[in-house]
Design a protein around this ligand. Structure first.
Ligand code: NI
Length: 154
């Protein structure tokens, strides 16, 4: 279990009120939880932007599979980056459109480059990237078991 350290934070009353409204909207139980998340997000964001360290990214793409060359290009890019590809999910949305979610893991600079290349494929209609990192082992042992999230009433 990770040791939690308490520290004092001073901020303007108006900012704190705004922050409290924000954390209620987001569904946090308390300020500490919200601040921990903000800290983690900032560090993942920094790793992503500065292209340092390891990141994990889920890239979602919607495209028309009848568009010439697009599906081949998508497959080709992934085959040339096998060590970085954790998993690929393909969903046939209708007769023409497909959703592909590619999970990448590796050096931030490489993951970012591949994610951009995937989104930049000509004919991709819509897409987005969710970047994340691996929490330290201490944080993992501190997290509640997944069943708590799935069955809040139990
Ligand atoms: Ni499809």
């Amino acid at each position: 279990m990770a040791k939690l350290v308490r520290f004092g934070v001073a901020m303007e009353e108006s900012l704190l009120k705004e922050f409290d409204r924000y954390i209620r909207r987001k569904g946090y139980r308390n300020r500490s939880e919200a601040i921990r998340d903000l800290a983690r997000n900032s560090m993942v964001q920094e790793a992503w932007e500065q292209e340092k360290g390891e990141v994990i990214a889920a890239v979602a793409l919607v495209y028309d599979h009848e568009k010439r060359g697009l599906a081949d290009r998508l497959t080709d890019l992934q085959h040339h980056a096998v060590p970085m590809i954790v998993s690929t999910l393909h969903v046939h949305l209708d007769e023409r459109h497909c959703l592909e979610v590619v999970v990448l893991r590796g050096k931030a600079s490489l993951v970012r480059k591949l994610a951009s290349n995937l989104l930049a494929i000509k004919g991709v209609l819509h897409g987005g990237i969710i970047a994340t990192g691996v929490p330290s082992s201490e944080e993992i042992s501190q997290s509640p078991p997944p069943s708590k999230h799935l069955h809040p009433d139990l």
